[in-house]
Design a protein around this ligand. Structure first.
Ligand code: G1P
Length: 289
């Protein structure tokens, strides 16, 4: 049986340049889809998967994100006085207890691998998860929970995967696949953002990972990869051979909220899941046929 995964790391130190000017003051992970920030969806997904310790890797000036996870006693009192029960639930549900939440600062944007490395004091004690809140996933059960079930049987390193059009391989980590049953693929290598012509497959890494702590041995070397950044993909690739590497085609829909189109689509899809909003949204969408 694979050792249980208790810790999840959320790298959110990016500059969010694709969402300027909003991200001039608002960290990208705080952008709301319908009425909840991206980071709240990501943390809720991890808690649902049984994660106990949450580690947020934030940039030098991200106090808003820290504030969001603090209790809001004055607001809750004001809501209680007004009898706003649903709103009290909304501000407190799916959030970790304060003692289960840690913040680490990534002082320089040196890449995803570096961001994960910054969390090593919390994550290196056993297998851990990494969740990228930009990849918002609509799934029941959640994507990380689906992965936990597969991981319990397989162990090793496991990532969420999706097939992408070949012309998009240069946006993702791509698996070099040796075995594939249509749901689970085993990889013998990984390449970060390959040109379409060189990509070993079109199976891409989506922002959910379950990793063995050995990956820190490679991250410790601080080697630069694609784009001059320290890449998590390269560190994972270096462990193949020591530990098996699998990609899971999860059941659900993923929205790339790192870009505007994906973010807009996520807002529509999540609104259409809500009974209080779906009829109104369907109604106004008719006007955009
Ligand atoms: C990161 C990873 C990449 C992965 C992607 C998923 O890239 O480096 O391997 O496919 O997340 O969203 P980024 O989107 O940060 O450029």
């Amino acid at each position: 049986m694979a050792e249980p995964v208790r810790t999840a790391v959320f790298p959110v130190a990016g500059l969010g340049t694709r969402f300027l000017p909003a991200t001039k003051v608002l960290p990208k992970e705080m952008l709301p889809v319908v009425d909840k920030p991206l980071i709240h969806y990501a943390v809720a997904e991890a808690l649902e998967a049984g994660i106990e310790e949450i580690v947020l890797v934030i940039g030098p000036a991200k106090s808003l994100t820290e504030d969001y996870f603090k209790g809001a006693p004055a607001l809750e009192r004001a809501l209680a006085e007004r009898g706003k029960k649903a709103e009290i639930v909304a501000v407190s549900e799916d959030l970790p207890a304060p003692q289960k939440l840690s913040f680490v600062r990534q002082e320089e944007p040196l890449g995803l691998g570096h961001a994960v490395w910054c969390a090593r004091q919390y994550a290196a004690g056993g297998p851990f998860a990494v969740v990228l809140p930009d990849d918002l996933i609509l799934a029941r059960p959640g994507c990380l929970r689906q992965m936990m079930e597969v991981y319990a049987a397989l162990g090793g390193n496991l990532v969420a995967t999706e097939d992408v059009p070949r012309e998009h391989t240069n946006r993702y980590g791509i698996l070099d696949v040796v075995e594939d049953d249509g749901r689970l693929a085993r990889a013998r290598g990984l390449v970060e953002k390959p040109d379409p012509a060189q990509a070993p497959s079109t199976l891409s890494i989506i922002g959910r990972y379950i990793l063995q702590p050995d990956v820190f041995e490679h991250l410790d070397k601080q080697e630069r990869g694609a784009g001059g950044e320290i890449q998590l993909t390269d560190a994972m690739a270096a462990t193949i051979g020591d530990v098996p590497f699998h990609g899971l085609r999860f059941a659900g829909r993923r929205f790339d909220c790192g870009g505007k189109l994906g973010f807009i689509e996520a807002n529509l899809a999540f609104a259409l899941e809500r009974q209080d909003l779906a009829p109104g949204v369907r109604d106004f969408l008719k006007g955009y046929g």
